[in-house]
Design a protein. Structure first.
Length: 277
């Protein structure tokens, strides 16, 4: 495939172009990139990807019942546990991203480092999305603290300081894992996901129509990009890349996983208990 082209800045960042993998491989790739970044072998990296089959990923410490896992699998979807925190995310009708960086990245790669503060690092990365999405006429805002977040199984039912919302509904949800000065941030941009799809898969209460007999007029659980603007996936990726370029003053080099990186991925996958539900 042709690599996505971004404008050039100063710092040496890496882009891994969009590809589709199974759930365990997706999680192992991101964790491998984090491990190698901690060793100074991988630069700050932005990765876009999809899922085959469509899947639900659960946060590292999120409790999940066997009945829920069985219900999801019975409908042909995959399940996986993320190394990052947060709540359940449905990877269907969305674009998944990961970003790996560190608070000392400027010493080697240039550009502003990520803050050692978790909240401030979220804000830095979210600012890249704000700039990028504004470029395609999608005005989003940083979420606010919501003490009820942990009471929800579905990540997109509540907005936190790590998320972006459009008119009060979450459009981009994110979660982090930190190791020393480095971090991995996972995130999902909803493009065209049914409002009740996640609730049905998790066995949660679905939203009723806003008025009787109004076909398709449901109370929204979340925002969807296609309800705001019509763009293809490549355009969305380019917009996000533009946001990173502006916020981090970075120049992307585009290349796929190396042999060494695949070796680490395979080693992580050999311990399936890391990701299995």
């Amino acid at each position: 495939m042709e690599p996505v082209k971004f404008p050039h800045g100063a710092a040496g960042f890496r882009l891994i172009p969009y590809d589709v993998f199974d759930p365990v491989t997706n999680m192992a790739i991101d964790e491998a990139l984090l491990e190698l970044h901690c060793q100074g072998k991988t630069p700050p990296t932005l990765r876009f990807y999809g899922w085959e089959p469509a899947s639900i990923s659960f946060g590292y410490s999120q409790r999940v019942s066997p009945d829920t896992v069985a219900r999801i699998k019975a409908q042909g979807l995959g399940v996986v546990r993320r190394p990052t925190g947060g709540r359940a995310v449905l990877h269907e009708g969305e674009l998944t991203y990961s970003f790996i960086g560190s608070s000392n990245q400027s010493e080697i790669y240039g550009g502003p480092p990520l803050s050692s503060s978790i909240q401030q690092a979220y804000k830095q990365i979210c600012q890249a999305f704000i700039v990028g999405l504004n470029r395609i006429d999608v005005p989003v805002e940083l979420g606010r603290a919501d003490s009820s977040y942990k009471n929800h199984e579905d990540c997109f039912e509540a907005t936190t300081l790590a998320d972006l919302h459009y008119q009060g509904k979450k459009l981009v949800g994110s979660a982090q894992l930190r190791r020393k000065e480095a971090l991995l941030q996972h995130g999902s941009v909803l493009i065209d996901q049914g409002q009740n799809r996640m609730a049905e898969l998790l066995g949660l209460k679905t939203r009723a129509a806003t008025r009787e007999g109004a076909e398709g007029a449901q109370e929204k659980r979340h925002a969807c990009l296609n309800d705001i603007v019509q763009v293809d996936r490549t355009t969305l990726e380019e917009a996000i890349g533009y946001g990173f370029n502006k916020v981090f003053d970075c120049k992307f080099t585009v290349y796929d996983l190396s042999f060494e990186e695949w070796e680490v991925v395979d080693a992580l996958k050999s311990n399936l208990e890391r990701y299995r539900l």
